[in-house]
Design a protein around this ligand. Sequence first.
Ligand code: KG4
Ligand code: ZN
Length: 352
Amino acid sequence: MRILGIETSCDETAAAVVDDGARIASSVVASQEHLHSKYGGVVPEIACRAHVEAITPIIDEALERAGTALGQLDAIAVTTCPGLIGSLLIGLAAAKTLSWLLGLPLAAVNHIYAHLYAPALDEPLPYPVCGLIASGGHTILLRADSPIAVEVLGTTTDDAAGEAFDKAAAVLGLGYPGGPLIDQAARTGDPTAIRFPRTLLEPHSLDFSFSGIKTAVLYHCMGQNARGRHDVPPPPPEAVPDIAASFQEAVVDVLVTKSLRAVDRCGARTLVVGGGVACNSRLRAKLAEAADAEGIALRFAPPALCTDNAAMVAGLAEHLLAAGRVAGPDVTAVSHLPFSRAPRTAKKKAKT
Ligand code: KG4
Ligand code: ZN
């Protein structure tokens, strides 16, 4: 099947053509980073308007690069959850229109499950797999028995990991998006210079909390006497690498600890890592080291497929449609993640 995928869940307008759930004929991503950078985060109203302007040209470009006419498509796929509701609705309106006009089946794709599927565009995944998806909006641990049989093991109780990177980078005066800038600044810093907190929550929890570490960075930069102030000037440039490296080390430690815990809990021997934070060089190095020591196979999507894209959406849609999961005309967008969650206590009891 030749599927056109559409992705507009956050601040990237993306379209892709994928054959048989695996071969990427084209993948086009228009980033809105330049529109949001001065605000230090994604502004939903601006994102929505930018999607309206970009969606038709991006779909046209994806079709043209794939050398495909609309009449040669077999199906349309679109992200319907989770994400910014206004942004999701732009992609969904475009997908429904094409599906109706062309008389093609429509697949409604979960963005997080699509991130988990992304490495399969490179090489098939050996199911069952455990997954860590860490981005600006989500930090989630999952178990998948197939591309479409997925359950959530844990999620963030407050900020996402990428959001913590973005907020810490703002405090350090590095700019937006913060993840790549902290990654870069940390290269010359000492990760043991400052001991930032590693919030692991209760002993067996697979949930995350990253709001405390961002505040710890702010307090560190303010000094103890200035608590409560938020107009903190950035630290002197020579102090930034150590703070960046120490912050990054703390976030990475938590992500690695919980990922290994999740692999242990769900019984899979492959860990799939995706989302923008999966581009982080320290996370890749520490996970590789830990996975090697534990005999766990590690699968990262290539960097262009770690961040938001529509190829992962079109790829996963192949499996949804093969299972008969065709979306009806009343399908709608949902901002939250409608997940099935594994029982939290199952393994805990077995261990004690
Ligand atoms: O998956 P993504 O492109 O979009 C969302 O769905 O959010 O992820 C973007 C997030 C941003 O918070 C960005 O700062 C973070 O991923 N990110 C990184 C790195 N590259 C991107 N975080 C840490 N290290 C990186 N190298
Ligand atoms: Zn994403």
